[in-house]
Design a protein around this ligand. Structure first.
Ligand code: IMP
Ligand code: MG
Length: 185
């Protein structure tokens, strides 16, 4: 990570909200917590929610000591606009059968809560041995659906953020930090 040159902020990014070092430290802490909580479990299935969680999921998994497999699921709720509709669609399912498995859902950000609420309900029907959720970011002010996370990285204000997997119109996903976007429109 430290060998990367940090890209300068583009014009439509207002400020760095969470720098790369702070993210990495928090990811390590979360992994330690997960390692402790699953210490008595043989194996877990980590399910990253595409695309936003791909970098967080990759960093988190590499800090896990508990045996794990990695799978992904793709959902869509927004279309191309930044407005929650509650209209969640399953675009791509996991490959693994989740029955009797210890499943950890990895999300980039919890906003309205519609996506994770849909996913939790959907996964519960598959009868996992246990189901937990982690999100790197949480926009509490935006919550519509009452939902609690098992693990959470950072509380952030109600602003659009990009970087570390998160995008605006498919841009900025690979920035090593989380930055605040200038409001559009
Ligand atoms: P929810 O269903 O409203 O909780 O939306 C969660 C999803 O919306 C996340 O998984 C992201 O893909 C997307 N999202 C919400 N807020 C942001 C943001 O500030 N930046 C990038 N993506 C976001
Ligand atoms: Mg997402």
């Amino acid at each position: 990570m430290s060998s990367l040159t940090i890209p300068p902020l583009k014009e439509d990014l207002i400020r760095v909200l969470i720098d790369a070092d702070t993210i990495q430290r928090r990811v390590s802490e979360l992994a330690r917590q997960i390692n402790r909580d699953y210490a008595d479990v043989d194996k877990i299935v980590v399910v990253g929610v595409l695309k936003g969680s791909f970098i967080f999921a990759a960093d988190l998994c590499r800090a896990l000591e508990v045996n794990h497999s990695v799978d992904f699921i793709a959902l869509s709720s927004y279309g191309s606009t930044a407005k929650a509709t509650g209209n969640v669609r399953l675009i791509m399912d996991v490959r693994e059968n989740l029955a009797d498995k210890h499943v950890l859902i990895v999300e980039d950000i919890l906003d309205s809560g519609y996506t994770l609420d849909y996913l939790k309900r959907n996964f519960e029907t598959r009868k996992p041995a246990s189901l937990k959720t982690i999100a790197l970011l949480n926009k509490q002010d935006r919550r519509v659906v009452d939902i609690t996370l098992d693990y959470m990285g950072f509380d952030i204000p109600d602003v659009w953020v990009v970087g570390y997997g998160l995008d605006y119109a498919e841009q900025y996903r690979t920035l090593p930090y989380i930055a605040e976007m200038r409001p559009v429109g």
